[in-house]
Structures are given as structure tokens and as C-alpha cells.
Design a protein around this ligand. Structure first.
Ligand code: ADP
Length: 943
């Protein structure tokens, strides 16, 4: 037997037993067996045949096989003892022999050679052929040390080559190769042997046909097994894949998973999420009971859970509190079930961390609460509509704004024309339903920022509110409008204020404009010393103030800086009667007569004062309100120059700071207006005085011209007359001078001349008297000697005198019919002077052929003297001026008689009549003649 030759197929000995039959010299065979009986039988044959052939036998057998082998050999009449004594049979124990050369689980070659080589050499003594049976490889194989078994087979082969040839038979129990994994090593073992003998099942067959059939059967079996193996492998692969999948799921699950042994209640597996969740390492979790890792409050709670699980195979807790390793409290959704795996029950616990969800839920609940609270508390009105325009929610502010008492569901957008609300735009125009903000929102419009809509809504109780409305549609998943929200902001007050502010600004501008407009110059020139009673600009201020503040009355009063007397300047809102009353009570009084010291002091300190009706002096109507009056000072510098008072009729009206401020602003404007007017007025009167002075000078110059002429003319006439008179008298008394002139003619001339001298001297006397009178009047020294005077007698005397002087003129006289005597208390000469002045003027300025009528009439307690002429008449403008000194109406010529007037007569007459308590005047029109008249109070009238 040399070194085994490699065969592609497992070599099968067809002679049946390897251990039986002929063993070749260096044969190295392997016998597979199924039962120990067969092995013992075959081994006993192997030994016996060896001994019979004179060979030495070395048997390395397992201890278990030795006794049955010895018994079998004894039964076969073999003398074992003597065979052993002559080393024909060397018997070795497997375990002991292995122990002698095995080092660290592998056969040590040197020791093997020493031990086994030694035994072989002993057996071969005497040149005997040695046959060896060995079970050591089978023992190593059985132990699972297949590498050592294979190595030992090699060493046997090497030993055979190195020491001397011997035949060797190894035996392996077949069930040592059971299993697919042994297929390769089985082939390898076969390769290491020269002969391979199948087990007894095959060896027992002697018939070759039978053997072929068996081989076919085995081939079929092998094939079937191969297929089965493949299937099994596939199944195993599937199982592994499924296990892997499960494992992956287990590992990758976002839920924490624990596997628990129901018998011990301890954790047997946990996934990474679980360790993260609980804060324990994997090792810390394994072997722990659930309550020990923070899952249940105590052991009892856990046991309760396990009991329920056992009964129902399922346990679930919505929010199980747990405490992590570092003491944090968390909530998990806990689901547990029990199932059977192979032979054991397993509990699987799934834990889902819902701490965040729970916190979120709590937050949502809180937020929802906050939103509801906000919704309720918001001061703007909120309305929520569904897509069809039904009101589904409103907050208390909306309810209050719209005065809605009922449930929101009672309200929906109107079907055409049925609205319960009257909605108008900012200008008050009716807003059609299509243009309502909510209708627009439900059509998809967003009303925000500049797009906010101002509407005026008349609520169910009839109140009008101005609302600024914003809104937006609520959109569904596909951007469709599913409802709408409107927010209503009440701007009634604000708009009101805006309008009021607008009005106030406009008014102030108007006032400022009025202030910068200078009044027409003649407004002051006409009557510089008579300021208008109701001042126009201040009147305008009063009107504007009333319009802006909305009060019933506004009154301006000024205080004279010198006299401190108060003057009503302008008022608005007073009835005619109230106005009269106001003027009446104001004129001779001071502010102190109306206001108490305290409010007056405050006004002087530039403070506005609100006065109750009761605080106003009750006997004089200075205020016309039943409620309060706002009194604002008008000041120039530090001086109080007037007050503005504003009055509401509403008793409950309270003045707002805005109203007070506005009134103060108006008062300041009024102060400026008044001051400006005062300055303008001063300037105007200064100008007027200047003009008057100029006019006086002009008149004076004119007067001097006329006066000198008027005074000189009578003097010239008198001197010429005196010379002529001298001549006439000489001729009369000295005939030599007389010549041939008739003395009677001379006498006539003397009379005429003396009469002319008399006339001219009277005229001069009258002129001089007039001048004296004027100077007396100017000096305030015109003396009147009052006595009881019969006015009728005076009139008669004057008329008679003028009749004598103007014989050619028709002068009629009319006296009261029923009384001859009209007594007045007067200066008879001065009254006669007035009548004569009227008469001479009438004669002088009218044509000589026109009559002059004088009449005395009684009018109640007054006597009226009038002189009527048919002269040129006077234009109305001159009616006032003719009473002035030196005034002579332009275009009025002296028509009869002589002498130009000096313009003094009427001035003196007016002074006299007024001094006597009478009145004087003229009724005249151009071309209509004139009637000059005067009246005097009658002291007595009678027959
Ligand atoms: P006089 O000496 O100029 O008449 P008076 O004072 O008497 O002065 O009158 C003033 C002026 O009034 C006169 O210059 C004249 O122009 C006008 N006047 C007075 N009486 C008449 C009259 N009867 N008819 C028209 N003009 C008159």
C-alpha cells in the first residue's frame, strides 16, 4: 500500500469488508459502519485473519469497543492472552494514545512517530507484517476536531512511508458525517485512503445486480437529498432574510421595542430607540424587570399589566408616564402583546414617545383657550360667515356694535332687498347688497390696509354707526372660498372728530383770512369817532366758533382800557330780545358787576373759566344758558381787553379740552382783530382830524376873505353915504353951495342917505354880532337870559320887522288858532335871532317874487316854528353840514337882498335852540324849496 492515489470518485471495495478479507501490505483502507455490532464483528475478523496469516495486529480501539471485541474473539476461540504475550496482538486505548501525542488539539508529528512508530516497530519484530486498526481519527472526528482527524490520517500515511509498510484500517461511524456540512470533509477522508469500504448495509449485499440497484437507489436518494438540501437552504435563506428583516425593523423602528420573557418578567431584548428613550444602555436593560427601568410605578403595577396581558394577550395604555434614567418624566403610548416564538412565549412591548405630542396637545388647548379669550376680548367687532353668508360666529363687540341680541345663526346675508340693516357708503349713499364688504369678501376680495371699507350702518335700534371694515375670505384645500371673516372698527367718534377738526381748521383759516383783510378805508373814515357797535370781523369769528364748537351761543365783549366799561362787540345765537337785553345790561357796567373776584382773577391770569349758571349774577342777564358757560379771556399783552363766552343749552354738556383750546385760540385771534381795528381806527381818526383841520383852515381862509369883504362893503357904503350926506347937508344949509337944486330934493337925498347908512351899519352890526356869538360859543360863554317868553309875540315881531324891511316880499304868518299866547322858557332876543336868521335866509336864497311862509304850531308839549320858502332847496348830503361853522352849501346863490352870508347863522341857531332844550332841522330837496324848523318845550299855552 503506498501513499493513496487520488481518485475522482469515492473508491468502493466490492469485496465487502475492508476489515475482513485480504489486506494488502501497505493498504490504507477506511471502513464506514452503522452499528457497533458490525464493527466488532468486522474487527474480530480482521484480527483473526491477521493472526491466522502470521501477521502482528495493532489495535487502537475505543474503550467502549474493547469488552465486546474481547468477548467476540473469545467466542471465536482466539487465545488473546498468548497473542498479547508474544506481541502478536498489541492493544492500545484511543484516549490514552491520543493523550501521548496531541498538543493543543493537534497531533504533534514527532511524538506521533515516536509513540506509534515505536509500537509498529515492536510489532514488526521478526520481520512480521503488521496490520493496524485505528479509531483515533474517528474519535477526533466525533469530538468535532476534524482538522486534527485529517492531519492524523496524513501522519499515518507518512509513517507508513517512513518506517516500514503496514496495512492500516480506519473505521468511522457513518452518523459522524450526517449533515450537509460534512460532505466536503467526507470526500477528503475518502481521498486520504486507498480503499474505502461502505457500511454494512452495502457490504452485506453480495449480488452485483442488487448492489447496482442499491447504488441507483442511493443515487436517487442522494439526488432527492440534494434537492431537499437546496430547498432547505432556500427556506433557511428565506428564514434568515425574514429574521434579518425583523431585526432591521426591530433596530430601525421609531418606536421603542422591548422583548420580555413572561416567565421571569425580565427584558430579553431592546432596540436602540428603547435605550435612547429610557436612558439606559442595552446591557443595563437586559435582565431587568419593567418597573425597574422606570416603566411602571412599582412591581405591583407591572404585575397587574402582565396579568391583563396573559388574559387578553393584549395590553394598551394611551399615555403611560415613565421616568427615564436621568429622572426626566416622559409619556409613552404603551402597547404590549404576547405571542409564541418556537417553544417559548414572548412579550413584545412597543413604546411610542408622545411627550411632545402631549405637550403640543396641552399647548393647543391653551392656545385655543387664548384664541377664544382674544376673540371675546377684542374691542373690534368680529363676524365669521360661512360660504353661503350665514353668520356663524360673532364676538361680544360685534354684538354690541350692531345691537344684535339674538343668536348669530339668526342672521344671514339678505336675499335681494330683505336686509334688516341699512348700509350706506361714507357719503351716505345707499350701498347695494352686492357692494357690502362681506359680499365682496365671500367673492374672494381681501379688504385690508388701504382697501378697508368705510360704511355707515343704521343698527336695528336706529342708531347710526360709521364702521371701518376689513375682511378676508377663508379658503379651503383647493383655494375655494369656504367662508369669510369681517372685522368692524367703530370710527364714528373718530370721523366726527376728524370732521370737527377739519371744520376747525377751515374756520381758523377763514379767521386768519378775515384778519389779514384790511377793512375799507371809509369804514372808519365815515364816522371815525363812532366804532361800529357789532364788529364785522369779530362777528365772523363768533359765527365760525359757534359752527365749529357746535354751541348755541357765542358772545364777544370788550373792556375799555381807560374806563373799564364793557361793550358788547359781537354775538351769535341770541334772539332779538336777548340781544337787546344783552346790549342793555352791558353798556354802563364793568366786568366786576357780573363776575366774582375769583373767576375774574383767573381770566386776568389768562385762564379759561367754566361757570355754572348760578355763578353768574342773577339780577342781570349776562349769560343765557341753563347749563354752563365757558368764558375765555381776550388779552392784549398782560391786559384783559375782553371775554368770549360760549354757551350750550344742554345742561349736561361738559367742555372738552379741545373745545377750550379752540375757544382760547379764537379769543387770541379776536384780540388781534380788536387791536388791529383799534390801531386802524386811531389812524383813521388821526387822518380825519388832519382833514378836518385842513378843512377848517380852508373855510377860515375863505371866511376871512368873505368877512373882510362883507365888513368892508358896508363901511365903504357908509363912508360914501356920509360924504354924500355931508355934501347934501352943506347944500341944504348953505345955498351958495346948493346952486340951483331944489331944497326938497336935497332933503329927500339926506333921508335916503341916512337910511342907507343905518342899513349898512345894521348889516355890519349883524356880522360883528355873529362873529362875537361864534367866539362866545367856542369859548363856552354864550349867555342866555331865560325868562318866560311869548313865542307867538316873538314870531309876530320878527315877521313884522322883515315885512317892514322887505316891503316888496310876500311874507305870510300862521299862528295857532285857539291860543294867542305860547309861553316858553327862553331868551326872547336869541329866539328872535333864530327866527330872523331863518327868515333872512329864506328871503335871501329865494327869488323876490316868491312868497315866504312862517308858522307857529303846537305839537303836544312842544311848539314848532317853521319858515318855508320856494328857493333852490338843499340836497340831502348838505342837510347835516349846513349847521357847521362857515359852511355854505355849494351852488346856493343869494337871489334877493344883499350880502353874502358867512355861514354862521345856522351854526349859532342850532347852538341856541339846543341850549334851550329844543330841536332844530330842515326838510328840503333840490328844486322843492326848504322848510327850516325848530321846536321848544312849551311852558304854557293859552288865550
Ligand atoms: P349864511 O350867512 O351863509 O346864510 P347860514 O348859516 O345862515 O349862513 O346858512 C348857511 C348856508 O345854508 C347858506 O350859505 C346857504 O348856502 C344855506 N341856506 C340857508 N338857508 C337856506 C335856504 N332857505 N334856502 C337855501 N339854502 C339855504
Amino acid at each position: 500500500m503506498g501513499k493513496s492515489t487520488k481518485a475522482p470518485q469515492i473508491p468502493i471495495a466490492h469485496d465487502g469488508f475492508a476489515l475482513g478479507g485480504e489486506m494488502r501490505t501497505s493498504d490504507h483502507a477506511v471502513q464506514f459502519y452503522e452499528t457497533d455490532n458490525f464493527l466488532v464483528e468486522a474487527l474480530s475478523r480482521f484480527i483473526r485473519e491477521g493472526l491466522d496469516a502470521g501477521e502482528a495486529c495493532v489495535v487502537v480501539a475505543a474503550r467502549a469497543h474493547r469488552a465486546p471485541l474481547e468477548a467476540r474473539m473469545e467466542a471465536a476461540q482466539l487465545d488473546i492472552a498468548s497473542a498479547q504475550a508474544y506481541d502478536d496482538l498489541i492493544w492500545l486505548d484511543v484516549d490514552e494514545t491520543l493523550a501521548r501525542f496531541m498538543v493543543n488539539g493537534m497531533p504533534q508529528p514527532r511524538r506521533f512517530f515516536e509513540v506509534i512508530g515505536g509500537v509498529i516497530a515492536r510489532a514488526a519484530m521478526g520481520g512480521r507484517h503488521v496490520r493496524v486498526f485505528g479509531e483515533m481519527v474517528a474519535e477526533l472526528w466525533w469530538e468535532g476536531n476534524q482538522a486534527a482527524a485529517l492531519r492524523l490520517e496524513e501522519l499515518w500515511n507518512e509513517l507508513s512511508d517512513a518506517v516500514q509498510p503496514f496495512s492500516l484500517c480506519c473505521a468511522y461511524p457513518m452518523d459522524g458525517f450526517a449533515g450537509e456540512g460534512n460532505l466536503a470533509s467526507f470526500s477528503e477522508i475518502c481521498d486520504l485512503h486507498v480503499r474505502v469500504i461502505p457500511t454494512e448495509t452495502y457490504s452485506a449485499l453480495t449480488d452485483s445486480d442488487e448492489r447496482l440497484r442499491t447504488i441507483s437507489l442511493l443515487q436517487q436518494k442522494a439526488h432527492t437529498l440534494e434537492v431537499e438540501i437546496a430547498e432547505r437552504r432556500a427556506a433557511e435563506a428565506r428564514l434568515r432574510a425574514s429574521e434579518n428583516r425583523y431585526r432591521r425593523l426591530f433596530e430601525a423602528s421609531t418606536d421603542g421595542i422591548l422583548l420580555v420573557d413572561p416567565d421571569t418578567s425580565t427584558v430579553i431584548d431592546a432596540n436602540p430607540v428603547m435605550t435612547d428613550l429610557l436612558g439606559y444602555s442595552y446591557e443595563q436593560l437586559i435582565g431587568q424587570e419593567l418597573w425597574q427601568i422606570g416603566l411602571f410605578t412599582d412591581q405591583d403595577a407591572m404585575v397587574g399589566m402582565l396579568r391583563e396581558l396573559e388574559e387578553r394577550h393584549f395590553f394598551r395604555q394611551e399615555a403611560l408616564p415613565l421616568r427615564t434614567n436621568d429622572g426626566e418624566r416622559r409619556y409613552v403610548e404603551f402597547v404590549s402583546n404576547r405571542f409564541r416564538a418556537n417553544t417559548h412565549d414572548v412579550i413584545q412591548c412597543n413604546l411610542r414617545d408622545i411627550t411632545d405630542r402631549k405637550r403640543l396637545e396641552r399647548e393647543i388647548v391653551t392656545q385655543a383657550g387664548q384664541i377664544t379669550a382674544t376673540f371675546e376680548a377684542i374691542t373690534d367687532g368680529l363676524l365669521v360667515f360661512d360660504a353661503r353668508g350665514h353668520l356663524i360666529q360673532m364676538n361680544p363687540a360685534a354684538r354690541a356694535l350692531l345691537m344684535l341680541a339674538s343668536h348669530p345663526l339668526d342672521y344671514s346675508l339678505p336675499v335681494a332687498g330683505s336686509s334688516r340693516f341699512d348700509v350706506r357708503d361714507e357719503q351716505g349713499r345707499h350701498l347695494p347688497f352686492e357692494a357690502w364688504p362681506i359680499t365682496r369678501v365671500l367673492r374672494g376680495d381681501v379688504l385690508a390696509g388701504a382697501g378697508a371699507v368705510d360704511v355707515i350702518i343704521r343698527t336695528l335700534d336706529g342708531r347710526e354707526r360709521q364702521l371701518s371694515i376689513t375682511g378676508a375670505p377663508a379658503l379651503g384645500e383647493h383655494n375655494e372660498v369656504i367662508g369669510g371673516v369681517c372685522i368692524m372698527h367703530d370710527v364714528t367718534e373718530r370721523r366726527h372728530l376728524e370732521q370737527q377738526t377739519h371744520r376747525a381748521l377751515a374756520a381758523l383759516l377763514q379767521m386768519a383770512e378775515a384778519l389779514v383783510q384790511l377793512p375799507a378805508a371809509d369804514e372808519f373814515m365815515a364816522a371815525p369817532d363812532q366804532p361800529p357797535n357789532e364788529h364785522l370781523v369779530v362777528q365772523q369769528l363768533a359765527t365760525l366758533t359757534q359752527a365749529v364748537v357746535g354751541c348755541e351761543r357765542a358772545m364777544f365783549v370788550t373792556v375799555d382800557p381807560q374806563t373799564k366799561l364793557i361793550h358788547p362787540v359781537a354775538s351769535v345765537g341770541l334772539s332779538d330780545a336777548e340781544k337787546q337785553e344783552w346790549h342793555r345790561v352791558s353798556s354802563p357796567y364793568h366786568l366786576e358787576d357780573y363776575l366774582a373776584a375769583e373767576p375774574l382773577a383767573r381770566l386776568r391770569a389768562d385762564e379759561a373759566v367754566v361757570m355754572e349758571r348760578a355763578a353768574v349774577a342773577s339780577d342781570r342777564r349776562f349769560s343765557f344758558t341753563a347749563g354752563q358757560a365757558l368764558v375765555v379771556p381776550i388779552r392784549l399783552g398782560e391786559q384783559l381787553v375782553g371775554i368770549l363766552s360760549l354757551e350750550y343749552d344742554a345742561v349736561e354738556h361738559r367742555y372738552t379740552p379741545d373745545e377750550i383750546e379752540f375757544a382760547q385760540a379764537v379769543a387770541k385771534l379776536a384780540a388781534l382783530v380788536l387791536e388791529r381795528d383799534r390801531l386802524l381806527h386811531e389812524r383813521a381818526s388821526a387822518e380825519a382830524q388832519l382833514l378836518a383841520l385842513q378843512e377848517t383852515n380852508r373855510l377860515m381862509n375863505e371866511f376871512l376873505g368873505i368877512a373882510s369883504h362883507e365888513l368892508r362893503t358896508p363901511l365903504t357904503v357908509i363912508r360914501a353915504s356920509v360924504q354924500l350926506l355931508d355934501k347934501s347937508l352943506r347944500r341944504l344949509f348953505d345955498p351958495a353951495e346948493n346952486g340951483y337944486t331944489d331944497p326938497s330934493i336935497q332933503r329927500e337925498r339926506v333921508v335916503t342917505l341916512t337910511s342907507r347908512i343905518d342899513q349898512q351899519s345894521r348889516r355890519q352890526e349883524r356880522l360883528v354880532n355873529d362873529l362875537l356869538d361864534v367866539s362866545r360859543i367856542e369859548a363856552g360863554r354864550l349867555e342866555l337870559h331865560l325868562t318866560s317868553v311869548d313865542l307867538a309875540a316873538v314870531v309876530r315881531e320878527c315877521v313884522d320887522e322883515q315885512r317892514l324891511l322887505n316891503e316888496q316880499r310876500a311874507i305870510s304868518l300862521t299862528l295857532p288858532r285857539d291860543c294867542d299866547v305860547v309861553l316858553v322858557r327862553a331868551d326872547a332876543d336869541r329866539v328872535g335871532q333864530v327866527i330872523t336868521n331863518f327868515l333872512t335866509n329864506a328871503l335871501k336864497y329865494s327869488a323876490s317874487d316868491t312868497p315866504v311862509s312862517v308858522s307857529l304850531a303846537l305839537q303836544g308839549d312842544r311848539a314848532r316854528v317853521s319858515v318855508l320858502d320856494r328857493g333852490p332847496g338843499l340836497s340831502p348830503e348838505t342837510h347835516g353840514q349846513i349847521w357847521d361853522r362857515f359852511y355854505r352849501a355849494p351852488g346856493i346863490e343869494v337871489r334877493s337882498g344883499s350880502g353874502v352870508g358867512l355861514g354862521l347863522g345856522l351854526y349859532i341857531s342850532k347852538t341856541i335852540v339846543e341850549r334851550l332844550g329844543g330841536a332844530i332841522g330842515v326838510e328840503s330837496a333840490p328844486g322843492q324849496g326848504s322848510t327850516f324848523w325848530f321846536t321848544l318845550p312849551v311852558a304854557y299855552q293859552g288865550v
